[in-house]
Write a protein that binds this ligand. Sequence first.
Ligand SMILES: O=C1C[C@@](O)(C(=O)O)C[C@@H](O)[C@@H]1O
Length: 223
Amino acid sequence: MVRCGRHGDHNASSPPGSLTKVDALRLLGRPQRIIIGLASSVTDPSAVVAATATVFPTRPSDSTPGAERRTDIVKRLLLVNGPNLNLLGTREPQIYGHETLADVVALAERVAAEEGLEIRAVQSNHEGMLIDAIHEAREDCAGIVINPGGLTHTSVVLRDALAGVGLPIAEVHLSNVHAREEFRHHSFVSGIASCVIAGAGIQGYEFAIRRLARVMGETPTPA
Ligand SMILES: O=C1C[C@@](O)(C(=O)O)C[C@@H](O)[C@@H]1O
């Protein structure tokens, strides 16, 4: 489970001295990899094959007084980057460019701020982590920008999660997947996306955020 900037998910059953997921997130001052699963019931961490995710702190910081109430007035987008996108900058730069994942998040936050939106960014190489983050977006996000990486072409469960939360979806690919290998031509996500952007590099995230801002403006959120 991945969450930033929300109250109410402190796990009352956590052993004394253990680090809850929320506690961990509150310690975030910069992007950090976190271990998921230690908070609730694990007493022997060595027995755990823990999933990990990189959670980028929400701006303004979670410690901002009244941050919980901001969910009433500030719309938030979940920015999801799937497997291997943590390697951006060094991974096949001739295909994916030289910008890093941190550059993507910084761009997304800047563009979102211009649109009056906040960003919660998560990247994971673990499908279940991504699905948990998508489920949680139901509670406090108004849309999802997702680059599912290779899961685009393989994952029914990711598509089901995205469809299940009922939020507007923008699908982004750095590369033009349609000009690449045939197995990249099919996306399980595109059929439920409001828009699909491929081949624009990291600018694709900007287009996606601006498009979702427009779509969300056209469809007022029920009170
Ligand atoms: O990991 C990725 C990145 C990608 O989603 C892109 O951004 O171009 C394209 C996918 O085919 C690939 O598996």
